[in-house]
Design a protein around this ligand. Structure first.
Ligand code: ZN
Length: 222
């Protein structure tokens, strides 16, 4: 038996998702979720739902294919042994960045840092603070948007595996974006742009004397 509540109120049914719904062949990840908690990695991981291509990631980059118990998609995971992956980037359009804060029902704040990108208030000043540190602090409290950086690419060593997607909310990478965008524009042409995606260890001591270390993503152009 199926519900008939939308026959009486068709407007209440979920809207078909608009916009291009792009499904990558695989994803590159700098972290994973273990026991519901996000865990940062020191080497890259790949996930895919295609069991025919999964072993190739392990062959090329080390690691083993794990089959995850997930409800849909991306159930093959390979935590590799490399912190550096060479990629081919189509052009500047392969990189997109927005600032987003998700609520229970999707984005409740989406902007370019100054103006809203939400459908019903597009172009209006979004109200985010001007300072980088203030933005970060608000996001940490769950009251402001975080970066959502997406890069699509092919693997330089195995372009036939299809289109990969790297999605990250790294604030460190945000700082590099102006430079990365400049490079992509400058190198745009008939051939794909070669780049190296790296996870780099950052270590420092805070003013309070605390040792901090983490891995951050870096995009290098070759
Ligand atoms: Zn905003």
């Amino acid at each position: 038996m199926s519900l008939r509540i939308f026959e009486t109120d068709p407007e209440a049914a979920a809207k078909k998702r608009t916009g291009p719904s792009f499904t990558p062949d695989f994803r590159l990840r700098g972290g994973l979720v273990a026991n519901g908690q996000p865990v940062a990695l020191s080497t890259w991981a790949f996930t895919t739902e295609d069991p025919t291509i999964a072993p190739t990631f392990a062959e090329k980059f080390g690691g083993e294919v794990e089959v995850l118990d997930v409800e849909k998609g991306d159930d093959q995971r390979i935590v590799t042994e490399t912190a550096s992956v060479d990629v081919l980037i189509d052009g500047p359009k392969s990189l997109s960045t927005v600032m987003v804060l998700y609520g229970m029902n999707g984005p409740i704040h989406k902007c370019d840092g100054m103006y809203s990108l939400l459908e019903d208030e597009e172009g209006e000043p979004c109200g985010c603070p001007a300072g980088f540190a203030e933005r970060k602090a608000l996001a940490k409290k769950g009251r402001g948007p975080s970066p959502e950086i997406k890069l699509t690419f092919q693997l330089a060593d195995a372009p036939d595996l299809g289109i990969g997607l790297y999605r990250t909310g790294s604030w460190s990478l945000v700082r590099d974006l102006p430079e990365i965008e400049r490079e992509l524009e400058a190198r745009a042409g008939d051939t794909p742009i070669r780049a190296r995606l790296k996870l780099v260890l950052v270590e420092f001591t805070t003013k309070a004397g605390m040792d901090v270390s983490y891995h951050r993503p870096v995009v290098e152009f070759i």
